[in-house]
Write a protein that binds this ligand. Structure first.
Ligand code: PMV
Length: 324
C-alpha cells in the first residue's frame, strides 16, 4: 500500500482579526498544535476519515462532480475533499485520514490546517513537491467551501508557519525576536466565523462612522503591535492585547465567557489577553513573561476544568512527508 503524509500547524491571530477582512493588516502566528493527514491509495473513490469529528464519508463520482460545481455534499468535510482533488486531480482515488490536536471551530485555524495537510499528504502520495504559494492557493480554494469569503490568512499561515504580516493577500514573513510564551484557553462556546463576519458587516452598514473608526483603530494598533513584535517588546504587546480586546468588544464580537476568562487570566498576572479569530466564543490568547510563567498560569486555569494550552510561536509550516 502506498502512503502519503502531510502536516500543518494551527494559528492564532495576534492582531487585526475582522479589520483584515476590509483590507487592513493583521499579524498572525503558527502554534505548536498540528494536524496530521495520511493519504492512501484506494480502489473505491475518495474517502475521508475524520477522527477529530468522529465521521467517515465517501464521495461517489457524482458527488465529486457536484462538489466541483459548488454543491455542498458533506458540510464540514467538503473543504478536505476539495483540497485533495485540487492536488490530486478530479479522478483521484484515495482515503484521507485526519488526526488533529487543534480544537475544531475554536478560531485556531483547524479547517485550513486540515486543508493544507491534506494537500501535502496527496502531494507526498503522488511524489510531487508543490511550492508553498501553490499549496496556499489550493487550500484557499478549499477554504472558500468552508468559509465563503475568507481573507486567506488561515491557509497562508498554515502553509508558511512562523509569524507573518498579512494584508490584502500579500504577506511579509516576520523574524521572531523573542520566544512568545502564550496561553490559549478554549471557552468551548461554539461560534461561526461566517456569521460573525456578517454581523460586523451589518453593524458597519448601520453605523458606518463609528464602526469604521473602530476598524481603523484596530489597524493602527496592529501597525504598533507589529513594531513591538519586531522589537520583542512583550510588555507593550500585552498592553496592546488588552486595548485590542476592548475594540473587538466594541464591534460586537465579544462574549460573556470570553470576558470572564480574559479577566481570570489577567487576575493571574498575564501581560495581556484578547480573543483570537472571529470571537463570539472560541479561544482567547494571553501573553506571559516566559515559559515558566505560562506553565504556572496554565495549571491554575486548568484546575477550573478549562481546556488550556501553553505554546510558543512555531516556525514549522506545512510539511510534505513524515513530520515526526
Ligand atoms: O476564527 P477564525 O480562525 O475563522 O478567524 C477569522 C478571522 C476573521 O478576520 C474574523 C475572518 C477572516 O477571514 O480573516
Amino acid at each position: 500500500m502506498t502512503i502519503g503524509k502531510g502536516s500543518a500547524p494551527g494559528k492564532v491571530i495576534l492582531s487585526g482579526e475582522h479589520s483584515v477582512v476590509y483590507g487592513y493588516p493583521a499579524v498572525v502566528a503558527a502554534i505548536g498544535l498540528r494536524c496530521d493527514v495520511t493519504a492512501t491509495d484506494s480502489t473505491d473513490g475518495l474517502n475521508i476519515i475524520a477522527g477529530d469529528l468522529d465521521r467517515s464519508v465517501s464521495y461517489s463520482s457524482d458527488d465529486i462532480s457536484n462538489l466541483l460545481k459548488g454543491k455542498i455534499i458533506h458540510p464540514k468535510l467538503d473543504n478536505i475533499a476539495v483540497a485533495a482533488l485540487e492536488m490530486g486531480g478530479s479522478d483521484l482515488q484515495t482515503t484521507i485520514k485526519i488526526s488533529s490536536d487543534i480544537p475544531v471551530g475554536a478560531g485556531l485555524g483547524s479547517s485550513a490546517a486540515v486543508s493544507v495537510a491534506t494537500i501535502c499528504a496527496v502531494a507526498d502520495l503522488q511524489n510531487k513537491q508543490p511550492k508553498p504559494e501553490e499549496i496556499s492557493r489550493m487550500a484557499f480554494r478549499a477554504e472558500k467551501i468552508a468559509h465563503g469569503t475568507p481573507s486567506g490568512i488561515d491557509n497562508t499561515i498554515a502553509t508558511y508557519g512562523g509569524a507573518l504580516r498579512f494584508q490584502d493577500g500579500s504577506i511579509t514573513r516576520k523574524q521572531i525576536k523573542s520566544n512568545f510564551p502564550m496561553i490559549i484557553v478554549n471557552t468551548e462556546v461554539p461560534r461561526n466565523t461566517k456569521e460573525l463576519v456578517t454581523n460586523v458587516r451589518e453593524l458597519k452598514d448601520k453605523h458606518p462612522n463609528s464602526v469604521n473608526s473602530v476598524l481603523n483603530s484596530i489597524s493602527k494598533l496592529t501597525d504598533e503591535f507589529e513594531k513591538m513584535f519586531d522589537e520583542g517588546a512583550l510588555i507593550r504587546m500585552g498592553e496592546l492585547f488588552d486595548i485590542n480586546q476592548g475594540l473587538l468588544d466594541a464591534i460586537g464580537v465579544g462574549h460573556p465567557k470570553l470576558s470572564e476568562l480574559i479577566w481570570k487570566a489577567r487576575d493571574l498576572g498575564v501581560l495581556g489577553a484578547k480573543l483570537t479569530g472571529a470571537g463570539g466564543g472560541g479561544c482567547l490568547i494571553a501573553l506571559t513573561y516566559n515559559v515558566e510563567e505560562a506553565k504556572k498560569i496554565s495549571e491554575k486555569l486548568r484546575s477550573n476544568k478549562l481546556e488550556v494550552y501553553h505554546t510558543e510561536i512555531s516556525s514549522a509550516g506545512a510539511i510534505i512527508g513524515d513530520s515526526k
